[in-house]
Design a protein around this ligand. Sequence first.
Ligand SMILES: Cc1cc2nc3c(=O)[nH]c(=O)nc-3n(C[C@H](O)[C@H](O)[C@H](O)COP(=O)(O)OP(=O)(O)OC[C@H]3O[C@@H](n4cnc5c(N)ncnc54)[C@H](O)[C@@H]3O)c2cc1C
Ligand code: HEM
Length: 419
Amino acid sequence: MLTLSKESRPIVEATLPVVGEHIGAIAERFYQHMFGEHPELLDGLFNRGNQAEGTQQQALAGSVALFASALVHHPEALPHHLLSRIAHKHASLGLRPDQYQVVHDNLLWAVADVLGDAVTPEVAAAWSEVYWVMAFALTQLERGLYSARGVRPEIVYRDWEVTDKVRETDDVVTFRVRRADDRPVRTSLPGQYVSVLVTMPDGTRQPRQYSLTRADDGEHRQFAVKRVRGGEEHGGRPDGEVSTLLHDTVGVGDTLTMSVPFGDVVLDDSGRPLVFCSAGIGITPMAGMLSHLVAAGSHFDVRVLHADRSEATFALRDQVLADVAALPHAQVHLWFEEGVAEDGASGLDADGVHAGLMDLSDLDPPATALPAGAAYHLCGPLPFLRMVRAALLDRGVPPGDIQYEVFGPDLWQADAQAE
Ligand SMILES: Cc1cc2nc3c(=O)[nH]c(=O)nc-3n(C[C@H](O)[C@H](O)[C@H](O)COP(=O)(O)OP(=O)(O)OC[C@H]3O[C@@H](n4cnc5c(N)ncnc54)[C@H](O)[C@@H]3O)c2cc1C
Ligand code: HEM
């Protein structure tokens, strides 16, 4: 069991409230200072979009506060989901154990900078210990992940050749890539993502994660990218840099640098019924899981519940509907915010097509659509995830049966809080 020393524990307990209160400011100062000292970390490792939005700062702050509190109050039950999610993200970026020192030094610098005289040498030593306990837990998990994949951090990425670029909707494009070398293609678990590393026009390399949308065939990988739009309609924010570059400049025959697949939100294959709930581009990991189920000839009971703005924005819909049709015990229910075609003329082969936002009470009868003892997989924007998870909990679904994927740093940490 990972614990704090008997000297540090009371100090961390006594300073938890003050550190917790200022953890957001500490995380902000930490990143500012670290990137000032080590600008190279923004080239090929950190996501500068998340930095600009402040989401990574919040995720780091939340994770350290949660972990420190668990160390003090429940050292026997450290937040496994939280650590696992971070470790998978780190591994997908090829993080090395020796890189933990630089984060330690800058984080402790920021604690002292924000809290001033309150940080005595004893307080600094106690929080340094918190950091190293967390770092130890993460590096152990990361070592296990690399070893299970048969890779080292240095060879997480490799080059792939784009063989197809398929327009799915106005804003979504699928990339199909083929290995460009003789190294074996590591298997992906259904629901996992890859990091794609691209060189931006200013010469800086930027990684982004994309969920795999097809089962493995030993040669190819496939993922779908939604163009992130900026401009006045989106609060004057800039267009997303990597998605725009992939849409506008990467084509068939080009090379893409991509990581081995990682991700802790994977298909529950215990044989229980499966319910997938997605919104918008959140369909991508569900498409990947469905594709794996079809490839495996699965007889599982599967419910696909998907919400989108309209029929025209429903990405991967032909693939998803074909896979549902190919599974002997699968149903699909759809919700379109902008309404549905009159007289059921949409031509969609679904068990139910509803207008508006996803509402589980539209399912008729709900018991059939939400089978008892099911494992739930959710993916979409945070408000959607919150709404669906709350509706499921209201229906008595145990929190441990609900897994969710979020397309950015996890600011919610509902899994960790439920542990
Ligand atoms: C596990 C996981 C799986 C994912 N799977 C998929 C998938 O299957 N398909 C998919 O399309 N996406 C997926 N994503 C999201 C994807 O990784 C990217 O986040 C997405 O493509 C946007 O990247 P971008 O570079 O285009 O946008 P970024 O440039 O990173 O911008 C992101 C946001 O920040 C704003 N921003 C950027 N700079 C500034 C600034 N200076 N000031 C103010 N605002 C700013 C932008 O306007 C935008 O709203 C996934 C993410 C994760 C974590
Ligand atoms: C105890 C130490 C650390 C903690 C607690 C921590 C915590 C986190 C958290 C919470 C996330 C977001 C995960 C998510 O929800 O997707 C993350 C992502 C990340 N971490 Fe760490 N981390 C640690 C060490 C490091 C180190 C040593 C590095 C490298 C120098 C690093 C680099 C990154 C990068 C590049 C990301 C992705 C950032 C993004 O996508 O914006 N981390 N980490």
